[in-house]
Design a protein around this ligand. Sequence first.
Ligand code: NAD
Ligand code: UGA
Length: 479
Amino acid sequence: MSTSKLQIKNIDPLKISNICCIGAGYVGGPTMAVLANYCPNIKINVVDINSERIDKWNGELNELPIFEPGLDLIIKSVRKRNLFFSTDLRGSIKSADMIFISVNTPIKTKGIGAGQASDLSWVESSARQISKFAKGHTIVVEKSTLPVKTAEIIQSILGSYEDLDDEKTEKKTFSVISNPEFLAEGTAIENLKFPDRVLIGGEDQFAVDALKNIYLNWVKEEKIITTNLWSSELSKLIANAFLAQRISSINAVSMICESTGANIKEVSKAVGTDSRIGDKFLDSGPGFGGSCFKKDILNLVYICRSFSLNEVADYWEGVLLINDWQQERVYKTIVKKLYGNLNEKKILILGFAFKANTNDTRNSPSIDICNNLIKEGASLVINDPKVSEKEVFHSLNIYNLKKEQKNITFEKDIVQAANKADAIVILTDWEQYKNLNWEQIYKIMRKPAWVFDTRRVLSIETLKELKLNVWQLGNGSND
Ligand code: NAD
Ligand code: UGA
C-alpha cells in the first residue's frame, strides 16, 4: 500500500493530548480506562452509537456495562478526570489527535463470504465519520481485530473525504497504524497493565512513535514490538488461532483419556511441564467460547481460501470442527447418562458466561448445550453469578421457542435451584462452584442424581462417597 499520499510527518510524537476511541465495548472501555489512568495529561473521549451503553458507563460503578475485576476502581479514579464517555462522535473526532477504532467486527451473515468473512460495516462507518469530522492531521489506530489489508480500506475511505461546509479551508491528513488488542476477558485490567507485549504496525514512523510514547508511560520498551502494517494485522489473527488450537488439541485428548482410563488433568500437567510446550491453555472443557476465537479463525480460513491455500484453510478449520464436536459430545453424554430421555427431567446449569469472571455470553458453550438439552425436552434452571436473567433468556432466544420448550427459569440461589433436580451440569469455572455444600445439595436432588463436571472443578472422590453419580470431562475413571 502506498501510504505516502496521506502522510504528513510533522506531528510531534510527544504531543498527543487528545484521544478519541470509537466503540465503548469490552475492548474500548477497559483499554481507554487503563490508558487514562497512566496518562493523566491526555484527555480521552470514548464514543459509541449505543446510548444505553454510554449511559451505563456514566452510571453507577456496580452497574457498568461490562464486568471486569478491577475495572470499577479504575473508572472511579479517571472518569470525568480525563476519561469521558459520550455519544458525541462529531465533537470527539474533531478534537482528537489520535483515534482508536474499537468497534465490533463480527462474521458476515449474508452475501459473499457469509459465515466466514469479517463484516467490516462498523469499521467502514467509523472511517467515514473520521474522514468527515477530523481536523488537521489525525493518527488512526486499528484496535479492532481485522482481516489483513484492512488498513488499505480505511486509508482509501479517509483519503476521499468531503469537506463539511464550515471547514473547507483546512486540509486533512491521516496516518493509519495497527495496534491489535490481546486482552482476555476476566483478566482484562491485569493484561492491559502488564501486557506480554504491545504490537504496533505501521509505515509512518512518526505515528508509530506517537503511540509507542503513550505506552512507554507504563510498558517497558523491550515489550513494544513494531512491525509493518500487514504483519501486525495478521499476527493478531494468528495469536488467536494458536490459542484456540491448543484448546482443541487438549479437548481432543480429553476424549482419548475417557476411552483409555487416562486422566486429562495428569496428562496436561505431564505434557505442559515441558518448557517448550508450556502449561498455559491446556485446560480441557466444554469447548472454547467468547466473541473472538471462532470468528477470527473463520476469517483466517476465508483469507487462506481467497489465496487458494486450501490445505492451510482445512488445517485451521479442524480447530473449529473439534470445538463443535466437543460441545456436542458434552450434551450427548448428558442425554445418554440420563437414560436417553430428558422429558420431565430437571437440569440445573451452573454457569452461563463463556468463562469465569466475565458477564459476556457471546458464543458461550452454554448456549448450544442448553439449546440441545431444551430440544430433548429437559426443563432447565440456569444459574450464573454475573450474567443477568435477561441476558440468559436473550441468548437462548427464549421468546421464539415453542410453548412446550419454554421450561427455562433463572435462579440465583443454587440450593433452591437444585431442589428435585435430576442433574447438575457445571459449564463455567466460577470460583463459587468449587466449594458447594454437596451433602445438602445431594439430599434435595431427585435420585438417581447426576453431576456433570465439564470444567473439572470438583473432587470426584468426595462426591462419590455421597452416592452421587459423577461424570467428569477427560477423566478415564468415569463410570
Ligand atoms: P463490542 O461489541 O463489545 O463493542 C463494540 C462497540 O462499538 C459497540 O458498543 C458498538 O455499538 C460500537 N460501534 C459500532 N460501530 C460504531 C460506530 N460507527 N460509531 C460508534 N460506535 C460504534 O466489541 P468488543 O468485544 O469490544 O470487540 C471490539 C473489537 O476488538 C473486535 O474487533 C474484537 O475482535 C476485538 N477484540 C475483542 C476482545 C475481547 O475480549 N472482547 C479482545 C481483543 C480484541
Ligand atoms: C481470547 C484471547 O485469550 C485474547 O488474547 C484475545 O485478545 C481475545 O480472545 C480476543 O481477541 O477477543 P477471551 O476469549 O476473552 O480471550 O478468553 P480466553 O481466556 O482466551 O478464553 C476463551 C475460551 O477458551 C473460554 O471459553 C475459555 O473457557 C476457553 N479455554 C481457555 C479453555 O477451554 N481452556 C483453556 O485452557 C483456556
